[in-house]
Design a protein around this ligand. Structure first.
Ligand SMILES: Cc1cc2nc3c(=O)[nH]c(=O)nc-3n(C[C@H](O)[C@H](O)[C@H](O)COP(=O)(O)OP(=O)(O)OC[C@H]3O[C@@H](n4cnc5c(N)ncnc54)[C@H](O)[C@@H]3O)c2cc1C
Length: 289
């Protein structure tokens, strides 16, 4: 189903994000275990990330093709523009279409770690808005864009961030998927501003089930997400305890998702990090699986 047709059922639609595994064994595990396991929760789609600078381009598109045509689950292909010419991007769009995939998450993407200030490729698109505009030229594509409940670290301020989000939607974005957050207050505050800005597109909160204390701290620093003191206190108790961290992650996300569902969110997008256990248990705790 196309993105603009989703999120109309009145029940929270579940989607799950993967990244391209680094090894053939990882790919085999994704298709042999993770996807069949998560298929039981009947996700509306699986999405696949697109490595910075197009580094996973072939694999991302190949895996989207397999999810759609072999596992027979709807797919959202992420696409970014960092380090790529316009022709590279147009080729990516052609190849995504050739795989039969019409749902895209249009991103600018992060610059390489050693060059943290984003500089567009000399012959490339300059922003996610330009990518949305390009993809929209072909009505085949249905486009999601990102939203940042805690404000993107590069934004001048919250209102500039919201103005940019509006531009992405005016360019043709149909659905917003958010960065992860560890306190629903950030999401609710963001939603107040989304409504005030007159944005009516579905806003799907991104949920990161914590898998380890060090990993979530790293991701939070990278993504500009705050670790609230109450969460930090719990993380410090499971510093070197993988099972304890996973269990805490499930408990926290269950609580957060329960409250988000009550508030009427149209869906939940899980950053599953290619694992199935936490997402399955959270949804089972919520009687959604
Ligand atoms: C759901 C989700 C999935 C993701 N998947 C991937 C992935 O597959 N691959 C990957 O590399 N990264 C991915 N990321 C990370 C993402 O690339 C980073 O968060 C990045 O820093 C910005 O995201 P973007 O490209 O969508 O941002 P954009 O919205 O394009 O830019 C981020 C912010 O910078 C400001 N900004 C940017 N350009 C302009 C401009 N021209 N004028 C004014 N303000 C501007 C705005 O405040 C904007 O909100 C994902 C993020 C999310 C939330």
């Amino acid at each position: 189903m196309r993105l603009e047709q989703l999120y109309k059922s009145g029940k929270p639609e579940i989607s799950v994000e993967f990244f391209p595994p680094k090894t053939p064994e990882g790919v085999a595990k994704l298709f042999g275990e993770t996807i069949p396991h998560l298929n039981r929760i009947q996700p509306v789609y699986f999405s696949m990330t697109f490595g910075a600078g197009g580094t996973t381009r072939d694999l991302t598109i190949e895996l989207c093709d397999r999810i759609k045509n072999e596992a027979k689950v709807e797919t959202v292909c992420h696409l970014n523009i960092v380090g790529q010419s316009k022709e590279d991007t147009r080729e990516n769009l052609r190849r995504i279409k050739a795989a039969g995939v019409y749902n895209l998450l249009a991103l600018r993407g992060d610059p390489p770690k050693d060059r943290p200030d984003f500089k567009p490729h000399p012959d490339g698109f300059h922003s996610s808005v330009e990518l949305v505009e390009e993809a929209r030229k072909d009505p085949w594509f249905s486009i999601a864009v990102t939203g940042f409940p805690e404000v993107h670290p590069e934004a001048k301020d919250r209102s500039a961030d919201m103005a940019y989000l509006k531009r992405k939607l005016e360019a043709g974005g149909r659905v917003i998927i958010t960065q992860f957050f560890l306190d629903n207050a950030y999401f609710f505050e963001f939603m107040d501003l989304v409504k005030k800005a007159g944005i009516t597109a579905p806003v799907v909160p991104g949920i990161l089930p914590i898998l380890s204390a060090s990993q979530v701290r790293r991701f939070a620093a990278l993504c500009g997400s705050t670790i609230p003191p109450a969460v930090e206190k719990e993380l410090s108790k499971v510093e070197n305890d993988e099972e304890g961290a996973i269990r805490y992650g499930i408990e926290l996300a269950t609580r957060m998702c329960g409250e988000l569902i009550k508030s009427g969110v149209p869906g939940l997008h899980f950053y599953a990090l290619n694992r199935s256990r936490s997402t399955s248990e959270i949804l089972s705790n919520l009687n959604l699986a």
